[in-house]
Design a protein around this ligand. Sequence first.
Ligand code: 8OZ
Length: 379
Amino acid sequence: MSTLFDPVDAGNLRLANSIVMAPLTRNRSPHAVPTDLAVTYYRQRATAGLIVTEGTAISHQGQGYADVPGLYAPEQLAGWKRVTDAVHAAGGRIVVQLWHVGRISHTSLQPGGGLQPGGGRPVAPSAIRARSKTYLVKADGSGEFAETSEPRALETGEIAGIVDDFRRAAKAAVEVAGFDGVEIHGANGYLVDQFLRSGSNRRTDAYGGSIENRARFLFEVVDAVRDAAGSGRTGIRLSPVTPANDASDPQPQPLFDHVAAGLGSRGLAYVHVVEGATGGDRDFRQGDEPFDYRAFKAAYREAGGRGAWLVNNGYDRELAEKALAEGYADLVAFGRPFIANPDLVARLRQNATLNEPDKSTFYGGGARGYIDYPPLAAS
Ligand code: 8OZ
């Protein structure tokens, strides 16, 4: 029986163990360029079987929070190359999370900067504002949470350009920035998820209405990214029921079973599933029935999907080992524990106590709460 600490394959990626560092937004990349601090932060965590980076904008339009890194300018790719080199030198594997926030943004973060009337509006499937907040940095350098701006609905003819932005970012990620692969951010109420869920998608063209139409954008993105990075180096993150960022759909099961089947025929490295409300209640539901994650996985396998099944949300060592022992999960992602425990793998292996993360340093700032959590004392 495989345990959390045995080597495992995810597509073309051979991982040292089943413990994955979940994507974690940290807002420490001024001008969207990862700094020396990011090099240290990721290197410190390289004993994870796989690191999934923080969400990284595929385009300026895909930016929704202050000081999030990007993949759309040479300095950003060069910054990431230093991160991937450091992780590889430490024996780790790292994929980058490809992110377009859609409506979860603010005019001040968008191209055009919101200076002209109507300019700089975030884009979305439909012009429906999310009841959600984003994070900005003020002129004096301090951070603040702000309401997301009113989005504008994408023209049908603009959608292919966004798919191309995903393609370009994926190609640059593996060819220039040195990543082992990419993860499409299809979760948590961002652009891909906004197309999927009926609460944010009221379109009447080929991208709205039926489940098939709402999933069209996701499959176009998946196909473009696989084409650029290789299917054995492409993963996707989904969160079928999360209410994060005002995401809603009364019937998640048929929607996500359809998505799972379509992914199954596309041969990905892994599928990353946030179970329940992201960062919260694992039993959260949308609609009347609890979501059946095993049926969702079965739909993927029945359609031929052989990628690793990566689970996330509130796992501790015991729950993780149970998910592996039952043959349900192949990989388990840990989020907040990785913020506070750079050597989480060693700590889980030894059943050592964990450092507690300090919420006040999650978003923005510098070294404090980022690279100064202590590892276990060397014995
Ligand atoms: C926390 C703060 C900002 C963004 C997500 C990328 O929920 C995020 C995120 C999380 O996927």
